[in-house]
Design a protein around this ligand. Structure first.
Ligand code: GTB
Length: 212
């Protein structure tokens, strides 16, 4: 059966790989599964055909036969469960890798999104200038904790897993702000993720569409 994911017809980042289809492409590349892409305009995201797959009218989605999924975390988890390569066999190691998936999405990503909202949606508010450093400091606090955990290790818990894939994907969104480079341990962690051949293929595929 063919796997079809959805992605922006044109990503607002012009192909920097920051939209969330990249993490799905990356997961599929890691496990060696071919896929097709349904490209969606901003208008089409909110139309019935797409809303039938994602009630929130967003990308990415994943369709295979009768299965239709949304939420990038759930899609990466599904891919990691279904195919070998993104989760360890040992039950405890697997549970820890899944914990890192959740940590990426529910502990690290929210303050990063808060920063993006502060910059994109709130910059004209009278309190915006005062708030921005608070938001940035909340991110720094989390990143310091992540650095303390990672230490000299290559990945978050043993071999590369879906937890690393999501953590790298989330941290990448910080790069334009300059905050990632304040933490050399994390900048190197992200660079290791980006150096993986599967990431390179995923990145190139989304770039080709956005630069076309
Ligand atoms: N929780 C959902 C998930 O993880 O799948 C969130 C999905 C989501 O935010 N999708 C965004 C979307 O469809 C695209 S990825 N937005 C359109 C809408 O809501 O109408 C977020 C994103 C968009 C653009 C950039 N960029 O240009 O840098 C980066 C990330």
């Amino acid at each position: 059966m063919t796997i079809t994911i959805s992605a922006f017809e044109r990503s607002p980042d012009g192909g920097m790989g920051l939209a969330r289809d990249t993490r799905i492409r990356w997961a599929l590349e890691e496990v060696g599964q071919p896929y097709e892409v349904r490209y969606v305009s901003f208008k089409a995201l909110k139309e019935p055909a797409h809303l039938a797959v994602n009630p929130f009218g967003q990308i990415p989605t994943f369709e295979e036969g009768e299965l239709a999924l949304f939420e990038s975390g759930s899609i990466v988890f599904h891919i990691a469960q279904r195919y070998r390569g993104l989760l360890p066999d040992d039950a405890n190691a697997r549970a820890r890798a899944i914990t890192w998936m959740f940590a990426a999405l529910s502990t690290i990503e929210p303050p990063i999104l808060e920063l993006q909202n502060a910059k994109l949606l709130e910059s004209d508010k009278p309190w915006a200038k005062e708030r921005l450093p608070l938001v940035q400091d909340r991110i720094r606090a989390r990143l310091r904790q992540l650095v303390a955990h990672l230490g000299d290790a290559e990945w978050l818990d043993g071999a590369f897993s879906a937890g690393d894939l999501l953590m790298v994907s989330v941290l990448l969104r910080l790069r334009p702000s300059g905050l990632l480079n304040e933490f050399s341990t994390l900048a190197a962690f992200v660079a290791r993720g980006e150096a993986r051949p599967a990431y390179q293929r995923a990145f190139a595929a989304q770039l080709a569409v956005n630069k076309a």
